[in-house]
Design a protein around this ligand. Structure first.
Ligand SMILES: NC(=O)c1ccc[n+]([C@@H]2O[C@H](COP(=O)([O-])OP(=O)(O)OC[C@H]3O[C@@H](n4cnc5c(N)ncnc54)[C@H](O)[C@@H]3O)[C@@H](O)[C@H]2O)c1
Length: 181
């Protein structure tokens, strides 16, 4: 399949790219290379050379449409996180762009067969916050039906990586950890 990964230069996105390439898929990445995730806004060395890289912002409709052309599926992993209080930017990047993908798919009759969106990292967090409470407060933060299976195996891999790292999942961007399982 031809698969677009938005935010594919980030932590989850780049590992997803590796996994998809290993399974023989063609991968395109749309990423705006935001700092501080990407110092100097350079394409990261760890991004596989077989990836078709497009530098661009998911908030820009024309750019997003170009990236979605001729793709069978999209993993929507572009995310602006942890840099509050830029609340409106957070909503534009993380929420409105998801809606924009569906709008474009319908309006342009794109041949997309599947859209996979990221769950919040909150359900996998340990500590005092209960997953049940968060899921109730933000119903959209749980895994979607289409991504539930993938999330479950990703959770297992993450749990294993976290155990070896001896810490809870951290923002990926600091260093790209290599999963151990
Ligand atoms: N890291 C985790 O442990 C974890 C766990 C569960 C869910 N998630 C979710 O997965 C998603 C990705 O997380 P991550 O850890 O890979 O984040 P990350 O910060 O490593 O990657 C996000 C990528 O999105 C790009 N980006 C930001 N704004 C953009 C824009 N406007 N247009 C295009 N690209 C843009 C960044 O440059 C970056 O490469 C997030 O929604 C996150 O909540 C992460």
């Amino acid at each position: 399949m031809r698969i677009l990964i938005t935010g594919g230069a980030g932590f989850i996105g780049s590992h997803t790219a590796d996994a998809l390439l290993a399974r023989g898929h063609e991968v395109r990445v749309l990423d705006s290379l935001e700092e501080p995730v990407h110092p100097g806004r350079r394409v990261p060395d760890y991004l596989d050379r077989r990836v078709e890289f497009m530098r661009g912002d998911v908030r820009d409709e024309a750019t997003l449409l170009r990236a979605l052309q001729d793709q069978d599926a999209v993993y929507h992993l572009a995310a602006f996180q942890d840099y509050l209080p830029q609340f409106s930017r957070f909503v534009d990047v993380n929420v409105a762009s998801t809606a924009r993908i569906y709008e474009l798919a319908l309006r342009e009759k794109l041949p997309l067969r599947r859209v996979i969106v990221a769950s919040s990292r909150r359900p996998s967090a340990r500590g005092s916050t209960s997953t049940r409470t968060v899921a109730a407060a933000f119903p959209t933060c749980g895994p979607t039906r289409s991504s539930a299976a993938a999330s479950s195996s990703a959770r297992r891999r993450r749990a294993s990586a976290d155990r070896s790292a001896g810490s809870r999942p951290t923002r990926a961007s600091r260093t790209r950890r290599i999963p151990t399982a």
